[in-house]
Design a protein around this ligand. Structure first.
Ligand code: G6P
Length: 473
């Protein structure tokens, strides 16, 4: 029985199965996992997550009751092996399509959803999936334990768990933005109410910025008729009050600097120096994800090159765009669009001795750390983002790097004053910001860099997590 439990779709570990059937273990990816991995390795905590792949399912089946720590050399992790069809509908269809698209305002007319019988089947699976988490947590939690439920995959789990185990103290945390009511109203009314009511099953609902917390509270008032107190940050619904918290996750600067000084990163630094020479370097690092706005970022670089021939041959854009969620056609098409756009820029501007753009499409963490270290400009231009930890990691590793940052990223609330803020749809504005960032005087870079670093490390993951534990009492 555990006294602190974390529940999230993606866990700290993932497994791949090779042709001969052997399982290889790797760390899980994404902002949520990197933030939580550090805290969860500290104490005696149980992490409950879903099996995401065949490799994961193989590992979960080998472990007694899915407890990986009883079969492998890992921290306490319980991996839930659900029927693949249930998982697919919950994760791909509901969480990563409907809920992700709504909260990131990604729907436009041609992409707009249809909520018919097919969606209802998917929604049933989302309920089952959330129920499987609630059941596992109810089984594993000691009396009065604190349970930290993460993200949009698990919006229903808090209320379901409360029914099973009223003794528990439950928190929910959203790592994404939250949509304003006029956009959230895309969802069928009963689904909207179930999502909101599910989160309100928690004692404490956390968000990355005051803006997302406010949007959530507005949705609770609009769709549930809940009593909302914006000043006290509470929502009262069906006789229970949930406290709303704002916890802007930051980065553990010392750990990141130490990791980025390891030999594998050093050798990438040397290789990148050879590649880039004395040219200036613009870096971006993202999952290839529609909300990250990579194509508009590349087109902004293209406009910058068109407007500033004096920079031809003197700058390189190193863009990391790792594959993500390729079970969804929208993501596969987006990946192809990114690659097409990169090729056009190469064809248009590349010469025998200058590659204006280098696109990295493979997940290579040490190489991306090396890129941060050498960056003169970091471009982070999401359409909308819960926080965006790239914007915080960059200034820690590259103290003289200028940050071009979307005003729609949660990180803008803290980093805005020292960044060059852009409207993510305004390609020309972003091109101008790239120019200003490249030509920013040294002294100004250093001054802004110091403040960016302070803001980025203000709430490192262990403190971010402790704050939420304390909020639970
Ligand atoms: C975002 C979400 C996380 C998620 C990550 C990676 O950061 O907030 O919950 O884990 O993206 O996405 P994936 O679908 O690969 O887990």
């Amino acid at each position: 029985m555990s006294t602190v439990l974390i529940a999230s779709n993606r866990g700290p570990l993932s497994f791949t199965r090779s042709d001969d059937g052997a399982l290889t273990m790797r760390r899980g990816g994404g902002g949520l996992v990197s933030g939580l991995s550090e805290v969860a390795s500290a104490g005696d905590m149980l992490w409950v997550c879903a099996a995401l792949s065949d490799g994961d399912r193989g590992a979960a089946r080998l472990a007694p009751a899915g407890r990986l720590d009883r079969a492998f050399d890992t921290r306490p992790v319980r991996m839930l092996d659900m029927p693949p069809a249930v998982f697919h509908r919950a994760y791909n269809a509901v969480a990563n399509s409907t809920l992700w698209f709504v909260n990131h305002l990604l729907y436009d007319t041609p992409l707009s959803p249809e909520f018919g019988t097919r969606f209802r089947r998917e929604w049933e699976s989302y309920r089952d999936y959330n129920g499987a988490f609630a059941l596992a947590l109810a089984e594993e939690a000691a009396h009065g334990a604190r349970v930290m439920v993460q993200d949009y995959h698990l919006t229903l789990t808090p209320a379901m768990l409360r029914v099973e185990r009223p003794d528990l103290r439950i928190a929910h945390f959203s790592h994404t933005p939250w949509a304003p009511p006029e956009y959230f109203s895309l969802l069928p009314d009963d689904v909207a109410a179930e999502v909101l009511g599910g989160i309100l099953g928690a004692d404490h609902a956390g968000f990355l910025t005051a803006r997302w917390a406010r949007a959530f509270m507005d949705c609770c008032a609009a769709f549930l008729g809940a009593g909302v107190d914006h000043d006290a940050r509470t929502v009262t619904h069906e006789g229970r009050t949930t406290r709303i918290g704002v916890h802007p996750l930051g980065v553990n600067g010392d750990a990141l600097v130490a990791r980025a000084a390891e030999p594998d990163v050093e050798s990438h630094v040397a290789a990148l120096r050879d590649l880039v020479g004395d040219r200036k370097l613009i870096v971006r690092i993202d999952r290839t994800e529609l909300s990250k706005n990579i194509v508009r970022g590349l087109n902004a670089y293209r406009e910058f090159l068109a407007a500033h021939p004096e920079w031809h041959g003197r700058v390189v854009h190193l863009a990391f765009a790792y594959p993500s969620r390729h079970d969804l056609p929208e993501y596969r098409e987006y990946t192809a669009a990114v690659q097409r756009c990169a090729k056009e820029i190469e064809d248009e501007y590349g010469t025998d001795d200058w590659d204006p753009l280098i696109l990295n499409v493979h997940d290579d963490y040490p190489r991306s750390l090396a890129a941060y270290r050498l960056a003169d400009v970091l471009l982070v231009n999401p359409i909308r983002d819960g926080m965006n930890l790239v914007a915080k990691e960059g200034p820690i590793l590259a103290p003289r790097c200028a940050l071009v940052l979307s005003r729609e990223a949660g990180a803008a609330a803290e980093l805005g004053p020292e960044s060059l803020l852009v409207n993510p749809f305004d390609i020309s504005g972003t091109a101008t910001a790239l120019y200003l960032a490249l030509t920013m005087p040294e002294e100004e870079r250093a001054r802004r860099g110091t403040r960016l670093r302070e803001a980025a490390t203000a709430l490192p993951p262990h403190r971010w997590f402790e704050d939420q534990l304390h909020a639970l009492g």
